[in-house]
Design a protein around this ligand. Structure first.
Ligand SMILES: [Zn+2]
Length: 482
């Protein structure tokens, strides 16, 4: 999930028109139902987040974006058949944040039992399309912006967790909250979608292991250690490093997550923090929505030296669909877009309308290169080559991005990606692992480790000030006592 800047309406309409046009090709090629639109969302997305992080990155030459491969319908049907046996587990979807932004969490205002593709801007997620996509389990992100760090973060994350619980109450035929791998298997066998809660950003715990434990108590089953900025104890991939990865308290957070049985999510953290967490953890880790840095040099992606540690750790990378993390050409476009905008701001100081007009002209002359389903499969291939088949999953980031890659426009499209893997020679067993069995194995191991650790040691009562300096009590908002 990214930060929020609403693109101008004209720009959104233009993206929509462009994506409708390219979609005709991809829909025809795979013979799926028409009417799915590439979906620019109201928020800024990982794309903008990426854009922010681009500055210091060295740009390499952009490859041409290929059209999606033509997928024989029989492969798509084989993929669907796999998903009737094995739950597709997606690592990251930002629908709860969409509900907050669009409807102030009034769930009656957005009917997920009907299509949300016609909303303005369209959403990527609704129940009919989740069913079409064969989704068996979803980690719903209870994302909160980093601007809330120390300013209502915990209350806001609780409100977003409440949304996931209320969705399960509102649509009991479809969703049931899952608290572990056995729940996922049972709920999937019952024909429902297991709904898991993933915290995005360690700022949610406001520097307190007590808060971490209580968030586990209300269902949180992973926590991404940072979002786009450093926390008080962990370095983000898109912020200045402060702690060589993790502070002593940050390592204690990882240990306590291990003891609780909460998945340690290393998407968004710096490479140093990935290594520090792998050094500290006693259980397998996940990357809930990240791709391979060797293919797309974005700092949000996972470098090979980290991928090579996954076989020993046991964890997995849930490959994401975020376009600038998938396509080097898209990533480069965002950098050029920023540079063009900065130039216009310098030429027209104090004239925001002129800048906006200039940016729109630039965008018309320089259409954004689109990432493709085939490129997402390339990232899966790379994680396969470097880490192995047991260390791959899927983490779309739908509804946290403006648009999915061509061919992966919304939650109905997972069978197409799996069909592409079959076409590339992955066996049905391999595809089943990628779809969900790897995540289930990791979650089983995380629970086994937690059971062992709970027998060995009590809850950690370490305080951040004690471990990282300046001894003081539990952090809390100021104001009550003075
Ligand atoms: Zn994210």
């Amino acid at each position: 999930m990214g930060r929020s800047t609403r693109p101008p309406a004209r720009a959104r309409r233009r993206f929509l028109a462009a994506s409708s046009a390219v979609l005709v090709l991809s829909v025809a090629s795979v013979a799926i139902a028409a009417g799915l639109l590439g979906s620019p969302s109201a928020q800024a997305q990982e794309a903008q987040e990426a854009q922010k992080a681009q500055g210091a990155e060295e740009m390499s030459g952009a490859g041409a974006v290929a059209a999606p491969a033509s997928l024989p319908p029989e492969l798509v049907e084989r993929a669907r058949e796999i998903l009737r046996r094995v739950p597709l587990v997606d690592g990251h979807n930002d629908t709860p944040w969409q509900l907050r932004q669009r409807a102030d969490n009034h769930l009656a205002r957005i009917d997920l039992a009907a299509s949300t593709a016609e909303l303005d801007p369209p959403m990527h997620t609704d129940i009919p399309r989740l069913r079409q996509g064969g989704v068996g389990a979803q980690f719903w992100s209870v994302y909160i912006p980093v601007s809330m760090a120390g300013d209502g973060a915990t209350a806001t994350v609780l409100q977003q967790i409440d949304v996931v619980h209320r969705l399960a109450e509102r649509y009991p035929e479809t969703f049931e909250v899952a608290y572990g791998p056995e729940d996922i298997r049972r709920i999937f066998a019952d024909g429902k979608i297991a709904s898991l809660i993933g915290i995005e950003g360690g700022h949610a715990i406001e520097g307190s292991l007590a808060v971490l434990r209580q968030l586990y108590g209300v269902g949180a089953r992973y926590m991404t250690l940072t979002h786009s900025a450093d926390t008080e104890w962990a370095d983000s991939s898109t912020d200045a490093p402060q702690y060589d990865g993790l502070s002593p308290f940050g390592r204690e957070v990882v240990r306590e997550m291990n003891r609780l049985g909460m998945l340690v999510d290393l998407s968004h953290v710096s490479a140093e923090a990935m290594h520090a967490a792998l050094d500290a953890t006693e259980a397998p880790v996940i990357f809930s929505h990240s791709s391979a840095r060797a293919l797309t040099g974005h700092p949000r992606n996972v470098p090979d030296d980290v991928l090579r540690r996954l076989p020993e750790n046991g964890g997995l990378v849930m490959v994401t669909f975020v376009e600038p993390f998938v396509s080097e050409a898209t990533r480069e476009w965002f950098a050029e877009h920023d540079a063009a905008k900065a130039r216009l701001e310098s030429l027209h100081p104090g004239e925001p309308e002129a800048v906006e007009q200039g940016v729109e002209m630039w965008e018309e002359e320089n259409p954004r290169p689109r990432a493709t389903l085939a490129q997402v499969a390339d990232h899966i291939d790379h994680v396969h080559e470097v880490a192995g088949i047991d260390h791959i999953g899927i983490g779309s980031d739908f509804d946290g991005i403006s648009q999915g890659p061509i061919g992966l426009e919304d939650v109905s499209t997972y069978p197409l990606l799996l069909a592409e893997l079959l076409r590339r020679g992955y066996s049905e067993d391999d595809v089943a692992k990628i779809a969900g069995l790897n995540l289930l194995r990791v979650f089983d191991q995380v629970e086994e480790v937690a059971a062992k650790l709970r027998a060995e040691r009590p809850a950690s009562d370490a305080l951040i000030g004690e471990l990282d300096g300046e001894p003081k009590g539990e952090p809390a908002h100021e104001g009550g006592s003075h």
